[in-house]
Design a binder for this molecule. Structure first.
Ligand SMILES: [Zn+2]
Length: 447
């Protein structure tokens, strides 16, 4: 049990991040420099999630000044090419969990290597381009040494708070706690500040929490997105034909910087608010593993397999099988039960259970189903049956309900809506995979 701190002491952590991606419009380099410099002068560290191609372009344009200014902030990763088709969700949707992870790693590894070379650090975090999200990315990111997923999206979330998913710390789907000041509307700035204060007060009353804001440096110099102009609705444009986006006037651009800095200055002076970067997050968040009391969870699992306090559904199933503090992925497929009998003889049940244990040890992944002779139980039914096992000569077969799947979006069109995806693009396959992997979801709690 954690004790809630008195409201006045409950920490509010604020993350300001910039998707630094426009490798076409050269003045967006100056925007990145200006933002990095002005924020540094204010004593604010932001996270710049940088596209591999953007980093290479900064290098080839000789912008050591920009690279040095960004390197004094935190550096995250935002894909190798961002909007050049196919975007991640486009190629991931026809691949399974493991093949998709391998393919994302193949496409992205050189971008991470380039960021390491150019900025001298392994990126602290990753976020997808637009809404081009796929669960396979998490496995690839673990292999690439990136521990945090930081973005906004509606594909998966846990009560508008940070969460663990597939072994990565997710600052994702913060909902009402994701906010920004409209850099085009000075008249709306006061309302934006008030929105921050209200969200902070609400989180304080709940013992503290996280708020984040994101922008793109290119927004401060251009009136349209660099990629919508060249890669809108999935079209491909060769580098020789790249079109520059329409630019702001000098006055309009100055106004955007003023609004942002005014907004951040307001946040910075709020008592109890600490501005942090993605690199700080692992130190601010409690260990993802705490001991599961097996007897405490059985009843809940029989009603609904769901997140239980700090424990993921996978943590609970693993505890029933004798594992504690182990990271696994969810199953690769949804496989139905074929067991028609109402009970399974003890010896046969134990044999299936032991095979499940061996599978998990071998693959570091939950099985999609468990065999009892030639009949099988789905992972959900196996979990419920295990939870209800009373050590008798037979084990009553129970049907599991997957309560945790409610944390994954169900609208495959709206969740993937993005100006760079082809018209009408949808990826129900990736949402289904997200549901399977949601066995691993659990809250990320403040240390
Ligand atoms: Zn982006």
């Amino acid at each position: 049990m954690t004790t809630l701190l008195p409201a006045a002491e409950a920490p509010i952590y604020y993350l300001l991040w910039f998707d630094t991606e426009d490798y076409i419009e050269p003045t967006s380099d100056d925007a990145a420099l200006r933002l990095a410099t002005d924020l540094e002068n204010m004593g604010v560290k932001a996270t710049f999630k940088i596209v591999g191609e953007k980093a290479r372009v900064l290098e080839s344009r000789g912008r050591k000044d920009v690279i040095r200014a960004l390197a004094r902030h935190d550096i995250g990763y935002h894909t190798n090419y961002h909007s050049i088709p196919p975007a991640p969700a486009m190629y991931l949707k026809s691949l399974g969990l493991l093949e998709g992870a391998a393919e994302l790693e193949r496409r992205e590894a050189s971008g991470v290597t380039d960021l390491r070379r150019i900025f001298g650090v392994t990126p602290s975090c990753y976020g997808q381009p637009g809404s081009s999200w796929g669960p396979q990315a998490n496995i690839a990111l673990r292999r690439l040494g990136i521990p945090v997923y930081m973005d906004e999206g509606s594909h998966i979330g846990l009560n508008d708070r940070p969460f663990w998913y597939m072994g990565l710390l997710h600052m994702f789907h913060l909902g009402a706690n994701s906010m920004r000041a409209d850099i085009n509307a000075p008249s709306k700035l006061d309302a934006a500040k008030k929105r921050f204060d209200e969200a902070a007060a609400k989180l304080r009353a709940q013992g503290g929490g996280f708020i984040h804001t994101y922008y793109h440096p290119t927004e401060f110099v251009a009136t349209e997105f660099w990629d919508a102009v060249n890669f809108g609705r999935g079209k491909y444009t060769a580098p020789s034909d790249y079109r520059r986006p329409n630019l702001r006037t000098k006055e309009s651009s100055e106004q955007t910087y003023r609004i942002l800095l005014d907004y951040v200055a307001h946040i910075k002076k709020q008592p109890g608010v600490r501005i942090v970067t993605a690199r700080d997050l692992p130190q601010l968040i409690d260990s993802p593993h705490s001991l599961v009391d097996v007897n405490e969870i059985r009843g809940n699992l029989l009603r609904s397999i769901d997140v239980n306090g700090p424990h993921s559904p996978a943590d609970q199933l693993l505890a029933l099988l004798g594992f504690q503090s182990m990271d696994v992925d969810g199953p690769t497929a949804r496989v139905d039960s074929t067991v028609a009998a109402t009970s399974i003889p003890r010896d046969l049940f134990n044999k299936g259970r032991d095979e499940a244990v061996e599978f998990i040890e071998a693959h570091k992944r939950l099985p999609s189903h468990v065999w009892f002779g030639n009949e099988r139980l789905s992972l959900a039914d196996f979990t419920a049956t295990l939870a209800g096992d009373q050590s008798g000569p037979t084990v009553a077969v129970r049907r599991g309900t997957l309560g945790f799947e409610k944390n994954v979006a169900t609208d495959p069109r709206r969740t993937y809506d993005w100006a760079i995806h082809p018209e009408g693009f949808e990826a129900p396959e990736l949402l289904e995979m997200a549901r399977l992997q949601a066995w691993t979801i659990k809250p990320a709690r403040l240390r």
